[in-house]
Write a protein that binds this ligand. Structure first.
Ligand SMILES: NC(=O)c1ccc[n+]([C@@H]2O[C@H](COP(=O)([O-])OP(=O)(O)OC[C@H]3O[C@@H](n4cnc5c(N)ncnc54)[C@H](O)[C@@H]3O)[C@@H](O)[C@H]2O)c1
Length: 272
């Protein structure tokens, strides 16, 4: 795929940690499509990960920002507009973390200070980002803002723990803030609900392999990869989707609409 449908468009990409990250793949696809951007991640992730390689590949500047910190967000957005030389056309929020999931704490026995931290990073940071972009009037009309979600916001997946609530909250912020961004600035705000994907965040969920295999067997088109997701993000940042907003968009090979597949059923058929 090499359509320059983002030629001339400028933005910010949050969350590229390593080559498996959804944001990393999005950065490569956006670069291929002609878009230019600033890369950002938390200062710790910039030190631990390999974002500098991605910055070189895509001719991008990297600016550190803890997405829960309003001062950092203000600085990042001001600096990005200065660096790129204009207001922004797209922003990708590809951030998630639950301390309870990471430390294997059972859902029935959550630690609430960990819950608060994970909620701030995974969900409230999206409100803080939208608030900062809105206050600075940093988005161009017909711009597009996307965050990443998961179907555990709607259905129970036991090992997803408090990330389920974080994703439900994130999706609700997209609708609530998206209303004002649409009315006041003509900017789209959507979430993409992505298939389970083997990334650092994904691998933090206990039994990810089983999740991946089950979702693969229950999706008519199979699981969407990180690069598939990147291509979908490109379409949502392009001018071809200008009136798509306030949506949670399933990008999962059909998983969300399937009750049960023949493959899964066949595992339960009693041989007569
Ligand atoms: N991997 C999956 O199975 C899957 C499925 C659906 C949705 N998602 C979502 O996709 C998004 C991206 O995750 P990924 O799977 O690419 O994993 P990833 O681990 O590569 O990316 C998560 C990113 O969040 C960043 N981050 C954490 N705390 C931060 C903070 N305080 N400030 C700024 N950045 C911070 C990390 O540094 C990392 O780059 C997340 O929202 C995740 O929940 C993932």
């Amino acid at each position: 795929m090499n359509h320059k449908i983002l030629k001339g468009k400028k933005g910010i990409i949050f969350g590229a940690l390593d080559s498996q990250s959804i944001a990393w793949n999005a950065a490569l696809a956006i670069h291929d499509a002609g878009g230019t951007f600033v890369l950002t991640n938390s200062p710790l992730a910039i030190r631990m990960g390999s974002i500098d390689d991605l910055a070189k590949k895509t001719n991008s500047k990297t600016i550190g920002c803890d997405a829960t910190n309003l001062e950092d967000l203000n600085y990042l957005i001001e600096e990005s507009v200065n660096t790129l030389g204009s207001k922004l056309d797209f922003v990708l929020h590809s951030i998630g973390m639950s301390v309870n999931v990471r430390k294997n704490r059972h859902y029935t026995d959550l630690k609430y200070d960990w819950l608060t931290k994970g909620w701030d990073i995974s969900a409230v940071s999206f409100h803080k980002l939208l608030h900062t972009l809105y206050q600075q009037d940093a988005m161009n009309s017909w711009g597009s803002i996307v965050a990443l979600s998961y179907i555990a916001a709607q259905r129970t997946f036991p090992n997803y723990s408090d990330m389920a609530e974080n994703k439900a909250y994130l999706e609700s912020i997209a609708r609530s803030f998206g209303y004002f961004f649409g009315k006041d600035k003509k900017v789209r705000v959507n979430t993409i609900s992505q298939s389970p994907t083997p990334t650092t965040a994904g691998k933090g969920v206990k039994g990810l392999d089983a999740f991946l295999n089950f979702a693969e067997a229950n999706s008519p088109l199979g699981n969407a990869t990180a690069m598939d997701c990147a291509h979908y993000i490109v379409s949502l940042f392009s001018d071809y989707t200008q009136r798509v907003t306030l949506q949670n968009l399933y990008h999962d090979g059909g998983f969300s609409s399937v009750g049960v597949s023949e493959e899964i059923l066949s595992k339960y058929l009693k041989s007569s």
